[in-house]
Design a protein around this ligand. Sequence first.
Ligand SMILES: [Zn+2]
Length: 189
Amino acid sequence: MTLTLGTGIGGAIVMDGRVERGQHGMAGEFGHMIMVPHGRRCECGNRGCWEQYASGNVLQREGQALARAGGPLRPNSNGGARGDQRQSAGLSSPKRGSRVTQPPKSSLAEVGRWLGLGLANLAAALDPGCIVIGGGVIAAGDLILDPAREEMARNLPGRGHRPLAPIVAAELGPRAGLIGAADLARRDF
Ligand SMILES: [Zn+2]
C-alpha cells in the first residue's frame, strides 16, 4: 500500500505487484475518507476528509497562520500539538503558494499523528504488508513517520497480537509518481 502526501493524499493498493484499481477505477482515494464528522471543508465537497488533517496543505495553512500571528508557535487548544516553542525557531514565513520548507516540528508531529490514525483504519481494512509514504511532505522523514508509527500502533485493532506493517519512506523521492506512471504504462498497455 502506498500513499503520497502532497497538497492532498494520494493512494494506491498494490497486490501481487499490480495496482488494485477497484470495480470502477477509483480504488485508493484514501484522502477523502471522512475522519472528522462535520470537520474541515474539503475540495471534494465533503467535510472532515483525511487529507484536510494529514497533508502538505495542513502544514502550509498552519505556517501561514503562524506567520500572520507573527509570533512563535503556540500549542494548539486541543493539546494535539505537544508544542515546544523552541522548536519553532526555524520557522520561515511561507509565501502564498510556495512550499513550506521549514514547518514547525510540532506541526509535523500533528500531521504524523493524523497520518497514523488513518493508517490504522486502512491497516484494519486491508492488512497491508508494507506502507510506503511518498510525496513532498515526506522530506521531513521521521519527524512525520515516527508519530505516524506510534499512532498507528496505538489504534490498530488487535494491536499487540498482530504484526505491524512497517511504514517506510518512498525511495524514489518526488519523481516516484512519474516513474510509477511510466512503469504502469509499460506494463499494462
Ligand atoms: Zn474530500
